[in-house]
Design a protein around this ligand. Structure first.
Ligand code: AVJ
Length: 324
């Protein structure tokens, strides 16, 4: 056992069941415009499918972000300085945080913040054995609300909030600003933010990234219905829905939808939900930003943009900002 052993290892061995979210799921399905939150995509199968998405030829964000980060790690490390505490919003890909921890000078702590337990603990355990000198301390929390940060054996010199993957895109622009406000609070007054943001670009490129030829994104989208069937006793006929992803240029966002192929009634957690043929459930937004637009948003949340790196094709951006 070393210091990095996650203290929460026995707190919650199983992922929270969707049944606990029954009220929220039903509210979304009973609304005028039906919706299911993208956070429900990530059961075991969903996480597997997402990993496959990240490797698709059409899905540029993951590999582009990794290569941008890779190209600027030395500079990032200099900007951040020694003994930082890295606070990751969401327990994302192991790969990205390893890349960061490897580059930083004597990182003091790593705090992944995530609402569901399974992935969080698995990741924390793996990291704890590979980074014995970094205090790994997962926090179970809904990161859209302010949360308390754990104490660390070595006092960090500053907090670095890490939010890769353009997960910020899942939030509406208003929600994103609020979330940046939470990040600003967790970074504290001399902290910083390292965030990956997908850029506005020609619609065809964006559109293709969410409509891959192999149909992995379609399976990922439809998988949430299987999950509702299993965990909420729903009876969706998954074959009676199809995946759709459209880029709304005015809103600057992808809308992922599940379109009903027929008039039908579905039972979900004891309620009857009716669909007209052609009606859709919105399952995800993926907002895209211009660099200027994102800077303006972050400034309003109290951050000062210091560096922005993009790839040569202007597909994706990584921002380093300080508590302004
Ligand atoms: C994890 C939210 C960044 O919006 O591109 C990928 C999720 N959905 N393909 C994105 C996703 C469909 C992804 N984020």
């Amino acid at each position: 056992m070393n210091e990095g052993t996650p203290e929460l290892a026995t707190a919650n061995e199983t992922p929270p069941d969707l049944a606990e979210e029954r009220a929220e799921v039903l509210e979304g399905l009973l609304a005028e415009q039906k919706r299911i939150s993208p956070k429900y995509f990530y059961d075991e199968r969903g996480s597997e499918l997402f990993d496959q998405i990240c490797a698709l030829p059409e899905y540029y964000p993951t590999r582009t972000e990794l290569s941008i980060m890779d190209a600027h790690l030395t500079e990032i490390s200099k900007l951040v300085g020694p003994r930082a505490a890295v606070i990751e919003f969401g327990a994302g890909s192991n790969l990205k945080v390893r890349q960061l921890l490897d580059a930083l000078e004597e990182p003091a702590a790593y705090v992944p913040v995530e609402i569901s337990g399974d992935y969080l603990l698995k990741q924390a355990e793996d990291l704890a054995s590979d980074y014995p000198n970094v205090h790994i301390q997962p926090v179970f929390a809904d990161f859209t609300q302010p949360f308390e940060l754990p104490e660390h054996p070595v006092r960090p010199e500053r907090n670095l909030v890490f939010f890769p993957g353009s997960t910020i895109g899942n939030f509406t622009r208003g929600e994103a600003r609020e979330l940046l406000g939470v990040m600003r609070a967790e970074a504290k007054d001399d902290g910083a933010l390292l965030i990956g943001v997908d850029l506005k670009k020609d619609p065809a490129t964006v559109q293709a990234a969410y409509n891959d030829r192999e149909g992995v994104t379609a399976e990922f989208n439809l998988n949430v219905l299987h999950r509702l069937n299993r965990e909420l006793g729903a009876n969706f006929d998954v074959d009676a829905f199809r995946h759709e992803a459209v880029y709304d240029e005015a809103e600057g966002r992808i809308e992922m939808r599940l379109v009903s192929l027929e008039d039908q009634v579905v039972k979900v957690a004891g309620r009857m939900i009716s669909f007209r043929r052609g009606e859709h459930i919105i399952t995800e937004y993926s907002h895209k930003y211009s660099v200027e637009e994102f800077h303006a948003l972050a400034r309003r949340a109290g951050f000062r943009p210091e560096r922005t790196w993009t790839d040569e094709h202007g597909l994706f951006s990584v921002h380093y900002m300080t508590s302004g």
